[in-house]
Design a protein around this ligand. Structure first.
Ligand code: SF4
Length: 347
């Protein structure tokens, strides 16, 4: 039992050594960072526990799972939802001494005329905007390979020849969609997962000095795994000390930053007020314009006469789902380019 075992968020660690000395890993973490799994198994203290907001987000994700299942049913999916109180679980031996356990979300088939036509394991995910868009465009194999590995484990136990459906909901817009992952891709994911876990298992079994060192990082701070990692500070601690010698970075003091925040808040309130005023004015102008039933109209502004008219044009959208299904993973790698967006946020 480690210190982390008592952490309120850590009642179900991603990896443990069981009474028989076997490594037990949660299916949802089977393709997650091996350094983080090593920290977990060896009892390294959590340095970045999730905030109250993070925990609320996680809980809301669980609560939205039945909502998404219900929405799918309304669209004609025939689904059996695994019980959230007494769920049926899976436990698979990945290799001697390594087991993966987890709880599948649902099992079912698409409405008539859609795929999958036969009952399949359904993995339900609730994502934020950025992750939802990433998945929507690139598909799960590239955007969230951990979700494919997790689903593959359930398929392996429940129906080894079946496909997987990943149903994903955007927690901010409530938009949702599904992606079917073919059985051949799931087999490849199982082999990948075994190859992924083998070196970690070897390191945990080893007794030499190297076994006392964490494995290398599997991800960078661009990845959501690092951004949500409870060991982030521990993992990057030595690097930060080297990269940020005291006194070389912070050229703005906290008083100046606090004053800037107050100015920022005042500006944000003023912008909100002006935005509301602009929208209300526009609604009056539009109501007047519609009542005239004429083409272009003129109204005198402060400095010049403004033209008021209706603008209409067609809007075209590409179906992310169609693109996702048409392109192979290799083609997606070629066509979908990634651009890193990074900024300081005040929330
Ligand atoms: S911060 Fe990233 S690389 Fe480091 S342990 Fe966590 S997930 Fe792994």
């Amino acid at each position: 039992m480690t210190e982390n075992a008592n952490h309120p968020w850590y009642d179900r660690p991603n990896a443990t050594i069981n009474a028989e000395g076997d490594l037990e890993i949660r299916a949802s973490a089977a393709r997650s960072c091996r350094r983080a799994l090593w920290y977990t198994v060896t009892g390294v203290k959590i340095t970045d526990p999730p905030t109250r907001q993070d925990r609320a987000r996680m809980e809301s994700g669980k609560m939205m799972e039945p909502v998404l299942i219900e929405l799918m049913r309304e669209e004609g999916w025939n689904i059996r939802h695994n019980s959230q109180l007494q769920p049926e679980t899976c436990r698979i031996k990945m290799m001697p001494g390594v087991y993966v356990t987890g709880t599948w979300d649902a099992f079912g088939r698409a409405p008539e005329g859609q795929k999958p036509a036969t009952d399949s394991v359904i993995e339900v995910k609730v994502r934020g905007n950025a992750q939802y868009n990433n998945w929507s465009i690139r598909g799960a194999a590239l955007a969230t390979p951990d979700a494919v590995s997790q689903g593959a484990i359930y398929v392996w136990q429940m129906d080894p020849t079946g496909d997987l459906v990943i149903a994903t909901m955007n927690r901010e817009t409530m938009e949702w969609d599904t992606e079917q992952i073919a059985n051949a891709r799931l087999k490849a994911a199982m082999y990948d997962t075994v190859a992924w876990l083998a070196p970690l298992h070897e390191r945990l079994k080893a007794s030499g000095p190297e076994a006392k060192l964490p494995p290398g990082r599997d991800f960078t701070m661009k990845n959501y795994q690092c951004q949500n990692c409870p060991f982030q500070t521990e993992c990057y601690a030595s690097e930060k000390k080297e990269a940020e010698p005291q006194g070389t970075r912070h050229t703005v003091n906290i008083e100046d930053a606090t004053q800037a925040l107050l100015d920022y808040e005042d500006a944000a309130v003023a912008i909100d007020e002006q935005t509301e005023k602009k929208a209300a004015s526009m609604a009056v102008i539009a109501a007047w314009y519609e009542s005239t039933e004429q083409g272009k109209m003129k109204l005198q502004g402060h400095k010049k006469a403004r033209t008021i008219s209706r603008v209409s044009y067609p809007s075209y959208q590409v179906s992310d789902k169609a693109v996702r299904e048409l392109l192979t993973d290799e083609q997606k790698e070629e066509f979908v380019t990634e651009k890193e967006i990074s900024y300081v946020r005040v929330s």
